[in-house]
Design a protein. Structure first.
Length: 431
């Protein structure tokens, strides 16, 4: 390319080169002799101090209205060790140089590019014509954008570097690995993308649509389990409950038999979530899910009269579950319960649409994770990493860390279901 006069080597400082391109000013290096260019190219190949000052540029058209055609850089020095070849090479092609050549060389028939590259299409074709390769058909479409999200790899790296995210598979990240770890099913992602099509319209998408599709896939098949939050949980004494623990088999999903069955232990002492305990009234008949009705006889509160300490109740199994207002989840007071840590997540960004000139430090969300300690039913011991379940009346979860021993909690991530959240930035989102 240098010998045929299609490329020259320029040692103009980067800032000045950028300014010259904007103002359509030709570099003094543009008229270098072939011998001078080859000499400077040798310095680039060696990666020495002189070479590091240089960049090889295509000889295009500095007066073109399309800035992408004003002698773009084709090769630069880069001394950072390559992950495969180490320090063997000191010079690498730019994206603008490599893509059209590699696409043609590797047999790509259609280059699918987002519309922000539209100004570079003429450059893409110019390089292929220069290289003597076949022309690849370019099919451009709009970039997929989501609210409160950046899809820029450079900006996502900032979250990792600054400690706001744990890595590229962080469940708050819009990466495939991150979303899969948060419970997104591959089928839901495929269906969502196919629904978008190859549109050229720039859209700012709401996340709820994707997670609603996901719920439609997991809800009909995922097994049901029960958990009670540790904080403020209330002991219920069932005065006419079984004198010894009774174990019964209950379907994991009443509408999907292949999900199997689970063993449920019924005891005269059971745990309720504090919110449920605060909602019942003395004399009220409520339903204990997967057991039957009971009547609340006595509610014991603390010295302030604000918080429920314990409840006394009696079974009324002949009562109709259809007649009760409250259907409560519960757990037996046994040692086989599984310790859990439940995580729920919010957006990493507080601004609905992030602009290119926004400073991430100004829009970063300081609180993106809520941690809840709880206990789950004994059947959860057998769950595997990646299993998706529903904790009844709490939502859908994916297993991130399995049960190992009683002093190490399982870790579960909450899977969004498309509904508006009640906390954080998400609470302000309206469909």
């Amino acid at each position: 390319l240098i010998k045929e006069g299609s490329m020259y080597v320029d040692d103009t400082p980067m800032d000045k080169m950028r300014e010259e391109r904007i103002n359509r000013i030709e570099s003094v290096a543009r008229t270098n002799s072939i011998e001078t260019n080859l000499k400077l190219w040798k310095h680039m190949i060696d990666g020495d101090q002189q070479g590091l000052k240089c960049a090889a540029r295509f000889l295009m058209d500095m007066q073109n209205d399309n800035g992408a055609l004003r002698d773009p850089v084709a090769f630069r020095c880069n001394l950072i060790p390559h992950h495969r070849t180490g320090t063997k090479y000191k010079v690498y092609p730019t994206y603008d140089c490599a893509c059209p050549f590699v696409d043609a060389l590797e047999g790509v028939t259609h280059a699918l590019r987002t519309s922000e590259y539209r100004d570079r299409e003429a450059q893409y074709r110019w390089v292929q014509k220069l290289m003597g390769t076949r022309q690849v058909h370019i099919w451009d479409y709009s970039r997929l954008n989501f609210v409160y999200t950046t899809l820029s790899k450079r900006k996502l790296q900032w979250f990792v570097d600054e400690g706001y995210a744990d890595g590229w598979d962080d469940p708050r990240f819009p990466t495939v690995q991150g979303m899969r770890r948060r419970g997104l099913q591959t089928e839901a992602l495929k269906e969502f993308i196919l629904m978008q099509g190859a549109s050229r319209n720039v859209n700012l998408m709401e996340w709820e649509k994707l997670w609603t599709l996901n719920k439609r896939i997991i809800d009909p098949v995922c097994p049901r389990h029960v958990a009670v939050a540790d904080k403020g949980k209330v002991l219920v004494i069932i005065t006419n409950g079984p004198s010894h623990p009774e174990v019964v088999s209950v379907a994991k999903h009443k509408k999907f038999p292949p999900a199997g069955v689970k063993a449920t232990t019924r005891t005269s002492r059971i745990w309720l979530d504090v919110e449920d305990a605060m909602s019942v009234r003395e004399g009220e008949e409520v339903t204990l899910m997967d057991w039957g009705n009971c009547i609340i006889d006595k509610i014991i509160k603390d010295s302030t009269g604000q918080y429920v300490v314990s409840i006394e109740a009696r079974l009324h199994l002949e009562g109709s579950v259809k007649s009760t207002k409250l259907k409560l989840t519960w757990l037996p007071n046994i040692s086989d319960l599984v310790p859990l840590t439940l995580f729920d997540f919010d957006y990493l960004i507080t601004k609905k649409k992030v602009e290119d000139d926004d400073s991430l430090a100004d829009v970063v969300n300081a609180t993106t994770k809520i941690e809840t300690h709880a206990h789950g039913d004994a059947n959860m011991r057998t769950l595997q990493k990646g299993n998706v379940i529903q904790l009844e009346r709490k939502g859908y979860f994916i297993i991130d860390k399995v049960f190992v021993r009683s002093d190490t909690p399982m870790v579960l991530f909450a899977i969004p279901d498309g509904r508006i959240k009640t906390w954080g930035v998400s609470a302000g989102v309206r469909k």
